[in-house]
Design a binder for this molecule. Structure first.
Ligand code: 13P
Ligand code: SF4
Length: 305
């Protein structure tokens, strides 16, 4: 089978089995083309909740599939490639959160969605990169302990000067490979280009950017802007997707190093095999875990709008 035949077969199987296929924006172009919904982690969470399909296949990383299961426990949820894990989600665990509660008794604990389901049972609210600013500013609490991404947390701290935000050391190993020197080099090579970056990048990078936002935020900004050239500081698949979406504009990588091997683990063949019942992994979470994590995820949706 070639790629097009495989895509046709995936579309046929999805219809026959009533499956909804969700793909994070960092997935490859051939997967995005057959997905029912593509977007950032906030958008994927909402879509999963709204979908009528009984079975959902997530192309992304494990915490995304687990979030879908927490929001829709009655649905059968698969991750298309069981090896796809977010390394940032392994940096903090529930015992550490319990210890932080004792250390910071008068702080609300806000966790980035890139965390384990177990950790989410111990925090006050979950946020994503596109919803964090809105959620934290809507919270009645003024003292916030933000985990685990100190780069996104530092970015929020600057955006929300009325809140006291404490940070812990953690972050995305992919985005932290990009440095100030990469921005200066790219700007010199493409002086007319706007620099669009993800807030998981180091402060020395976001400070030099024209825009910082989620994967969907970056894509919408580039599509809607009158500018013709853009330097993209997030996972490099976004450069390719934008080039497909806007063939009249030019997109450049901020750094060749900005590749997430976990996001890249899933292939079109994984999607096909999961649909055939011959691959992927069904997400199984026990009821107490779902109930415990649901509180902070529901609060994300309630405050995030
Ligand atoms: P988004 O919320 O922008 O999709 O980010 C998720 C992620 O893992 C970025 O590295
Ligand atoms: Fe995790 Fe970073 Fe990969 Fe996103 S890009 S999934 S935060 S390692």
């Amino acid at each position: 089978m070639n790629t097009r035949e495989l895509q046709d077969e995936i579309i046929r199987l999805k219809k026959e089995k009533g499956v909804c296929l969700l793909a994070h924006a960092y997935q490859s172009q051939d997967i995005l083309e057959v997905a029912d919904y593509t977007g950032d982690s906030y958008g994927l969470s909402l879509k999963a909740k709204e979908s009528d399909a009984q079975t959902i296949i997530m192309c992304g990383v494990r915490f995304m599939a687990e979030t879908v299961k927490v929001l829709s426990p009655e649905k059968t949820v698969y991750i298309a490639n069981s090896e796809a894990l977010c390394p940032m989600a392994q940096q903090f665990d529930l015992p550490r959160v319990k210890q932080l509660r004792k250390q910071y008794p008068d702080y609300a604990i806000v966790a980035y969605i890139n965390t384990t389901t177990e950790l989410k049972t111990g925090v006050d609210v979950v946020v994503t990169s596109s919803s964090a600013k809105r959620i934290i500013s809507n919270m009645k609490e003024d003292k916030i302990l933000f985990i685990p991404d100190s780069n996104l947390g530092g970015y929020l701290k600057k955006q929300l000067p009325n809140k006291t935000i404490e940070l812990m050391r953690g972050g995305c190993p992919t985005h932290m490979r990009v440095h100030k020197g990469d921005v200066l080099r790219a700007k010199k090579a493409h002086p007319n280009a706007l620099v669009l970056v993800h807030p998981e990048c180091l402060a020395e990078v976001t400070e030099l950017a024209d825009y910082a936002g989620s994967t969907t935020g970056i894509m919408n900004y580039a599509k809607e802007s009158d500018a013709k050239e853009f330097i993209i500081g997030t996972e490099n698949s976004i450069v390719q997707h934008l080039q497909f979406a806007c063939p009249d504009k030019k997109f450049y990588m901020l750094s060749k190093e900005c590749v997430c091997h976990n996001m890249k683990a899933t292939t079109l063949m994984d999607v096909y095999q999961t649909l055939k019942g011959d691959g992927g992994l069904e997400i199984q979470l026990d009821d107490d875990l779902i109930k415990g994590a649901r509180r902070a995820i529901d609060r994300m949706i309630e405050l995030g709008g």
